[in-house]
Design a protein around this ligand. Structure first.
Ligand code: ZN
Length: 282
């Protein structure tokens, strides 16, 4: 009897030992699995971060490539395609003329490019937003339009450009917008500021900013005071041109531009031109 009890105790002791051993082994296995998983997770996170960086770099690279292509296309604008016309409006927005022009462009389903002044965009951001929302391209005409201030140095040109870009971004409520395009007030050539402008062009180009003059104009800012005179100037400067960048103005005193615009649109339509904007050059 006593021996039996001893046997049972021994048996129980063995069982307890086996169970304890099993639990210890299980704990080790569990720890091993946990450590392994956490290592894998770290690896995955690192891989994920790396992948994200690659995507980010690709986006940045694509963006740079796109801007470079745009700058190149703009400098080649007269040689891309056949019979294209770019309607361009400078010096706006204005409270009086810009809304009328926008109404008309909407009615005719024609898109244009607006070279806005920072000082005007600051006053009428809602008109810049409207033009942008209605599919027109918003480009940069500097801030002040005061030649002595703007053309004092390359730095002042760039600073006016940047100030205006910021005002455009605020107006259209898109913090990432970049127009990549300036039109120099008075044009890039043939004036007393040509030297400083030509020194600034490569600096702008390095920043993927193009410039665009024009090869046709209605002339309301160069002495054409009547619709007839403007029409004559328009025909004279557009005739026999394959690709046209037409300079017009939507400043507050340029109501004649609005009045002449239906005739201009009709002329281009009847002569087989396609209306284009800078968006078509991306
Ligand atoms: Zn101007």
């Amino acid at each position: 009897m006593k021996l039996d009890i001893i046997e049972v105790k021994k048996e129980n002791g063995k069982k307890k030992f086996a169970i304890t051993l099993l639990i210890i082994i299980l704990i080790f296995v569990l720890i091993f699995i946990l450590v392994k998983n956490s290592k894998n997770n770290n690896k995955n996170t690192n891989e994920y971060v790396e992948e994200e960086n690659i995507i980010e770099n690709n986006i940045q690279e694509n963006k740079t490539n796109t801007s470079q292509k745009l700058v190149e296309n703009i400098s080649n604008i007269y040689n891309i395609g056949e019979k294209n016309v770019y309607l361009t409006f400078d010096d706006g927005p204005s409270k009086t003329v810009t809304p009328l022009i926008l109404d008309l462009l909407k009615e005719k389903d024609v898109k244009a490019t607006f070279f806005v002044l920072g000082s005007r965009a600051e006053l009428y951001p809602e008109l810049v937003k409207r033009a942008y929302d209605e599919g027109h391209y918003i480009a940069n005409h500097g801030y002040s339009h005061i030649y002595d201030n703007l053309y004092a140095s390359s730095e002042t040109i760039i600073s006016e450009f940047e100030t205006t870009e910021n005002l455009i971004r605020q107006a259209i409520q898109d913090e990432n917008y970049e127009s990549h395009l300036i039109r120099f007030p008075g044009g890039s050539k043939g004036n007393q500021y040509s030297d400083i402008i030509s020194q600034t062009i490569p600096i702008l180009k390095e920043r993927n900013i193009a410039y665009l003059d024009w090869n046709a104009l209605t002339g309301e800012s160069s002495g054409k005071k009547t619709k007839e005179a403007m029409w004559e100037n328009f025909i004279w400067t557009t005739e026999n041109k394959n690709n046209i960048v037409l300079l017009m103005h939507d400043a507050g005193d340029k109501i004649l531009v609005y009045e002449l615009l239906p005739q201009i649109i009709e002329y281009f339509t009847n002569n087989g031109y396609t209306f284009k904007t800078i968006y078509d050059l991306f």
